[in-house]
Ligand binder design. Structure first.
Ligand code: BG6
Ligand code: MG
Length: 210
């Protein structure tokens, strides 16, 4: 194995709460019921696909143009909330583990559905740290489609079979499997039986990748 592709939201940094607050404001404005359980279903899912899930609870149909307006409304709030992120928001064990993996010779990439990936990496002080970044800005198909990870491997100059994918979303683990990667599940995806490995703490990666 030669490389790692890490999901961003929920793996490197926890942004769920911020996504929730922004979607909640949009849903409240529209009078649509939305709670944290529904928010959990948005993990790893693209912005427009997330909106479709939220609109399942709406009493009326929305045109494509209205959907675009709602997604932009949410994203404007989310972008403001992202400004509160600092390097202290990097999840426990992540910084040390990434440094050790690099010392062991692994190439490191991000594979995220988020189009806000560049801003998030900047706020948490990891801009320029990864050898490659594949995100919502360079894909047309969101997880569970493997496109974001396959492009990440290409950007690293590696084969899928040479890379681990680290994910907190079941849809992300499915994407990794579909792309021919070895998958490591954590957080919300911990215990997902399709994953090759499940870990409770990020640092356990160091026992998998010697
Ligand atoms: C994923 C998040 O990383 O990015 C999803 O887990 C989110 O919840 C998706 O919907 C798209 O994010 P963005 O920042 O492009 O709206
Ligand atoms: Mg995630």
């Amino acid at each position: 194995m030669k490389g790692f592709i890490f999901d961003l939201d929920g793996v490197i940094v926890s942004t769920d709460g911020l996504h929730y607050l922004a979607w909640k404001q949009m849903a409240d404005k529209e009078g649509i019921y939305f709670d944290e359980k529904i928010n959990n279903r948005l993990r790893g899912v693209s912005r427009m696909a997330s909106l479709e899930i939220i609109l399942e609870r709406s009493v009326r149909e929305y045109s494509d143009e209205e959907k675009q307006t709602l997604a932009t409304y949410k994203n404007d709030i989310y972008k403001e909330l992202l400004k509160s992120l600092t390097p202290n928001d990097i999840l426990p064990g992540v910084s040390e583990t990434l440094k050790e993996l690099r010392a062991r010779g692994y190439k490191l990439a991000i594979g995220s559905s988020s189009r806000n990936t560049p801003q998030i990496l900047k706020y948490i002080g990891l801009e320029g740290f990864f050898d490659a970044v594949s995100d919502g800005n360079n894909i047309t198909n969101s997880k569970p489609d493997p496109e974001v990870f396959i492009k990440g491997a290409v950007f690293l100059g590696l084969e899928s079979s040479e890379c681990y994918v680290v994910e907190d979303a079941k849809a992300g683990v499915d994407a990794g499997i579909a792309g021919g990667f070895t998958t490591i599940a954590l957080g919300d995806a911990y215990g997902y039986d399709k994953a090759d490995f499940s870990i409770k703490h990020f640092g356990e990666i160091l026992s998998i990748a010697k």
